[in-house]
Design a protein around this ligand. Structure first.
Ligand code: 5GP
Ligand code: MN
Length: 339
């Protein structure tokens, strides 16, 4: 499908004197960090100089991924980020469809004069020089695997690279529970295993590393915060900034929580509404073919995938909770009209 574009990228990257910048989306998750880690390692192996930069920070729970600790952040090293953007020939946009998801880096990336290669799986991508965008894949990492295999040959993938690619496939599918019904995803995983993937190690890093405070935060949310709407099949978990502080919250501590209410019978949509310092962040998850990205886009300045979307609001937490409740009617009416 992308043969021509990949052929062009291959020709381009045959030049080992290139300088490359890699950028994930704001609040990087496993797919964003995994794809950045894998790509940077491959570029290292072929001798292309690259730098990973983020508009904020990669959470600690993903720091075990090779090369991730070497990323620079625009928050504390803006000058270096700008210098790299100035001197780079190629910019890789990974796991996001628009520069608007690059936070404070956005204005500087907009001025970037080199060529942009996007590898992503979100709908409605920005136009860039080389676009490899496919909403049918499980994750950016799955797509990146195919690009790596075609450009450099899959033998370039070693254990650390395979671990990074598998991280994105696993986290973006909730541990292969959703968005993972294409045989191709499992062919990629089979290849990764043959190339040295240490699946047990990756699972341990991603899913077996609780802290007492994280478990208590989860417990509090499920016991005291989770409610199910009376009229619509929607579960919500509102979380205050004060609660995050009380439980010594660290990035990643709420990872996976929003999926839990979907296991309740009759709940079709789960919404986590988290108060941050300067905004309220929303996470939407759904079962079946319920397009929560539509809800996030229409009312909460967001977007995403059919079953996993997000957004944000510059309003107090209570107002956002109210807005979710009030707009549920609109959302379910839309679904009825479509069916
Ligand atoms: P999460 O709930 O894990 O933060 O996000 C789930 C998915 O929703 C992400 O993979 C991303 O595609 C999308 N998403 C999350 N937050 C935003 C946002 O603020 N804007 C947009 N456009 N998409 C978002
Ligand atoms: Mn992704």
């Amino acid at each position: 499908m992308y043969e021509t574009i990949i052929e062009k990228i291959k020709e381009k990257l045959a030049n080992r004197n290139l300088k490359v910048v890699i950028i994930p989306h704001i609040s990087p998750d496993g797919d964003a960090a995994g794809s950045c880690s894998a790509l940077w390692q491959v570029l290292d192996r072929v001798g292309i100089q690259a730098q990973l930069m983020t508009c904020d920070y990669i959470p600690d729970y993903l720091k075990w991924l090779k090369r991730i600790p070497d990323a620079i952040s625009f928050q504390n090293r803006p000058k270096e980020c700008k210098q790299w953007l100035h001197k780079a020939d190629i910019l890789f946009m990974l796991d996001h469809n628009t520069v608007a998801r690059e936070g404070d880096l956005e204005p500087f990336v907009k001025e970037f004069e080199g060529e942009v290669i996007m590898i992503d799986h979100h709908p409605d991508p920005d136009k860039v020089t080389y676009q490899i965008s496919d909403t049918s894949v499980s994750s950016t990492c799955e797509l990146l695997y195919n690009v790596i295999a075609k450009v450099w040959g899959k033998e370039i993938i070693d254990t650390d690279i395979a671990n990074a690619i598998y991280t994105g496939i696993s986290t973006d599918t909730g541990g292969l529970s959703h968005n993972s019904s294409h045989p191709e995803t499992y062919r990629v995983i089979a290849d990764l295993l043959a190339l040295g993937l240490n699946k047990d190690y990756v699972h341990e890093q991603l899913y077996q590393r609780n802290t007492l405070s994280r478990l208590r935060l989860t417990g509090n949310c499920l016991l005291n915060k989770l409610t199910v709407d009376e009229h619509f099949p929607v579960a919500t978990i509102p979380i205050t900034f004060q609660e995050l502080e009380l439980y010594n919250y660290k990035d990643g501590d709420l990872e996976g929580l929003v999926n839990i209410p979907l296991s309740i019978e009759n709940v079709l949509v789960s919404v986590q509404i988290t108060e941050r310092k300067d905004k309220v962040k929303l996470s939407f998850r759904s079962k079946g073919n319920i397009p929560v990205n539509l809800w996030a886009k229409e009312f909460f300045n967001g977007g995403g995938h059919l079953n996993a979307a997000g957004g944000q609001m510059p309003l107090p937490l209570d107002d956002v909770v109210k807005k979710v409740r009030e707009t549920a009617e609109w959302f379910f009416k839309q679904l009825k009209m479509e069916n």
